[in-house]
Design a protein around this ligand. Structure first.
Ligand code: PBG
Length: 325
C-alpha cells in the first residue's frame, strides 16, 4: 500500500511507540566480560591501549569479581599473562598456572559467576604462536594434545566453560574427548569457530603480550575476505561437539554472524574485540563521539545481526548505563 495510506513515521512519533516497536534489545544477560590475570600481589595495571581495561593479580580479582557479579554480568572470560614463556607454552596447562589459580579464586569468591577460559597457547609460548612450531609453522596435530591438556586443566581448576581460540583443525573434537574421558562431560565448549586473522586484535596482543615473534597467524586464522569458508569452519565445530560457536571480530563480520545465526541452531557468540573497543574509547576521549550512544548502537547491531552472546570490554560500562548510574 503506497503513500499516503502508508506512513512509516506514524509508529515513530513518540518515545513510547518507539519503545514498543523495538525489534532488538541488548540485555546484560547476553554479555561476557574479558579479564586479564597476571602474577603478583595487589596488581591493577591499566592496559595502555585499552582505557578501562586492567591486568589483575589473583588477589585483586576478588573485588573486581564482586563488582562484575553485582552489575548483573553473568560471565567472564579469562586470559592469562604467565610469569615465563617457553617453546611449548607449559604454563598454559600447569596446575598452578595463572589462569588455573584465578579460576579457583573466582569460583570461591562468587560461585554463581560463570567462568569461561580462553584456551590457547599464544600467551604462553616464547614465539607467540598458538601452538607448537616446527620448521617455521604451527604443527596442527602436535598442538591438539597441548590444547586439550590446557582445557582439561581449566576444567579441573573449576572452569564452567572452555573456549578454544587457537584455530587448529580438530581441536573441538580433541577437547570434547579429553573432557569426557576425565569426568567433565558437563563442561560446554564455546568454539572460536570463525576467527579471522584480523588487525583488530592489535591492542589485545599488547595487553596479553602475545604478538607472534615471527610471521603472522594467517596459516591458522581465517582470511578476512571469506564467508563460505566461515560457515564450513562453524559446521565442522558443531559436528565436533561445539555447544556455542563464535564469530570474531564482530563489527567487520556482521554478515558472517548473520549467516551463522540462519544456518545453525546453536547459540552464536560474537567477540567485540580490542580494536573495536579502543577506537570508540579513543574517539570518545577526543570528544569526537558520544561513547554511550555509540557503544549501545554497536552492541545492538551485533545482536541484530544474530549474536545471542557478546564478549565485550564494554560490558561493565553497558551494565552501569542500564542501571542508570
Ligand atoms: C588468543 C586470542 C586473541 C584474542 C582472543 N584470544 C589474539 C589473537 O588471536 O591474536 C583477541 C581478542 C581481542 O582482540 O580482543 N589466540
Amino acid at each position: 500500500m503506497p503513500f499516503p495510506i502508508n506512513r512509516m513515521r506514524r509508529l515513530r512519533s513518540s518515545e513510547t511507540f518507539r519503545r514498543m516497536m523495538r525489534e532488538t534489545s541488548v540485555s546484560v544477560d547476553n554479555l561476557i566480560y574479558p579479564l586479564f590475570v597476571a602474577h603478583g600481589l595487589d596488581v591493577k595495571l591499566q592496559v595502555p591501549s585499552m582505557p578501562g581495561v586492567f591486568h589483575f593479580s589473583v588477589d585483586a580479582l576478588r573485588e573486581e569479581a564482586e563488582e562484575i557479579a553485582e552489575s548483573g554480568i553473568p560471565a567472564v572470560i579469562l586470559f592469562g599473562i604467565p610469569s615465563s614463556k617457553d617453546e611449548l607454552g607449559s604454563e598454559a596447562y600447569a596446575r598452578d598456572g595463572i589462569v588455573q589459580r584465578a579460576i579457583a579464586t573466582l569460583k570461591q569468591t562468587v560461585p554463581e559467576l560463570v567462568v569461561i577460559t580462553d584456551v590457547c597457547l599464544c600467551e604462553y609460548t616464547s614465539h607467540g604462536h598458538c601452538g607448537v612450531v616446527r620448521d617455521g609453522d604451527v604443527a596442527n596435530d602436535e598442538t591438539l594434545e597441548l590444547i586439550a591438556r590446557t582445557a582439561l586443566s581449566h576444567a579441573e581448576a573449576g572452569a564452567d566453560m572452555v573456549a578454544p581460540s587457537d584455530m587448529m583443525d580438530g581441536r573441538v573434537a580433541e577437547i570434547r574427548e579429553t573432557l569426557d574421558e576425565n569426568g567433565f562431560a558437563q563442561v560446554p565448549i564455546m568454539a572460536y569457530s570463525a576467527k579471522f586473522a584480523s588487525a583488530f586484535y592489535g591492542p589485545f596482543r599488547d595487553a596479553a603480550g602475545c604478538a607472534p615473534q615471527f610471521g603472522d597467524r594467517a596459516s591458522y586464522q581465517m582470511d578476512p575476505p571469506n564467508r563460505r569458508e566461515a560457515l564450513k569452519e562453524i559446521a565442522l565445530d558443531v559436528e565436533e561437539g561445539a555447544d556455542i560457536v563464535m564469530v570474531k571480530p564482530a563489527l567487520a563480520y556482521l554478515d558472517v554472524i548473520s549467516d551463522a545465526r540462519m544456518s545453525f541452531d546453536v547459540p552464536v557468540a560474537a567477540y567485540n574485540v580490542s580494536g573495536e573497543y579502543c577506537m570508540v574509547k579513543a574517539a570518545a576521549q577526543a570528544g569526537y563521539i558520544d561513547e554511550r550512544r555509540i557503544t549501545t548502537e554497536i552492541l545492538t547491531s551485533i545482536k541484530r545481526a544474530g549474536a545471542d552472546l557478546i564478549i565485550t570490554y564494554s560490558a561493565k560500562d553497558f551494565a552501569m548505563w542500564q542501571a542508570g548510574v
